[in-house]
Design a protein around this ligand. Structure first.
Ligand SMILES: [Zn+2]
Length: 237
């Protein structure tokens, strides 16, 4: 993948100097590097595949199957890179992660129709804390990569939060489902007409978040075609 070029072109002396001056370290393993070391970059190869959460939320099965596609497992360097991007605001990683998401989108996209990516919206609190719209930014990077290989791909923003939700990390599958139930609502259907809808998130754990997005879209008569994420947790293997 292209991320290797970034670290391969940097001389070791420059990396060491950068590490001394600005504290540059690999987002995957923490060793001195600009963005990613060659070893981690080499391990970050998207491998898109179907990744059903178990148990599978019913809304993903009825009235039609909506397959979730993930390009990696949420562990090792990919887990570290996602954390650096989301929690430390390392925006330079958007290209690597956008490439993973783009691979899932290409795998998920129907062959004969233009697609629109529907990102899970960030909460206002998250946007303020991180200073970025995480899934929206990743979706725009992925859409750009997908368009570069000739697939008509746009990004819509039809969903907003209907109420506050708790941080999902640390919640059980049951509590995640309760936390997300009724948490989203439709804001606008602009840009969705005539396109296959792909719901986009960063990490697939229990599927509670994407299930809520699918529920809202389905109830609006806009049944999504599929779900694309960067990584699924190990339980999906
Ligand atoms: Zn590394």
């Amino acid at each position: 993948m292209r991320a290797t070029g970034q670290s391969e072109t940097v001389l070791p002396f420059s990396v060491a100097a950068a590490d001394l001056i600005i504290g540059a370290s690999c987002a995957g393993c923490g060793r001195p590097a600009i963005t990613l070391c060659a070893s981690c970059a080499g391990m970050l190869t998207p491998q898109p595949r179907v990744a059903w959460p178990r148990p599978t939320p019913q809304i993903l099965c009825q009235p039609s199957l909506i397959e979730p596609i993930a390009s990696g497992i949420h562990e090792g360097p990919l887990r570290a890179v996602l954390a650096q991007f989301k929690e430390e605001g390392q925006f330079g990683l958007v290209r690597v992660l956008g490439h993973f998401l783009a691979s899932s989108v290409c795998f998920a996209a129907p062959a004969d129709r233009p697609v629109v990516l529907v990102p899970i919206p960030s909460t206002r609190v998250t946007r303020m804390r991180r200073g970025q719209d995480t899934i929206g930014d990743l979706s725009r990077a992925a859409a750009k990569a997908v368009r570069s290989i000739g697939i008509d791909c746009t990004v819509g923003s039809p969903l907003i939060h209907a109420r506050r939700v708790a941080d999902q990390s640390g919640l059980s599958a049951h509590d995640r489902s309760l936390n997300m139930s009724g948490a989203l609502r439709m804001r606008s259907v602009a840009g969705l007409g005539g396109r296959s809808i792909i719901v986009v998130d960063d990490i697939l754990t229990t599927g509670a978040t994407v299930a809520e997005a699918v529920r809202v879209l389905t109830e609006s008569g806009l049944r999504p075609a599929s779900i694309a994420v960067i990584a699924a947790t190990a339980r999906h293997r």
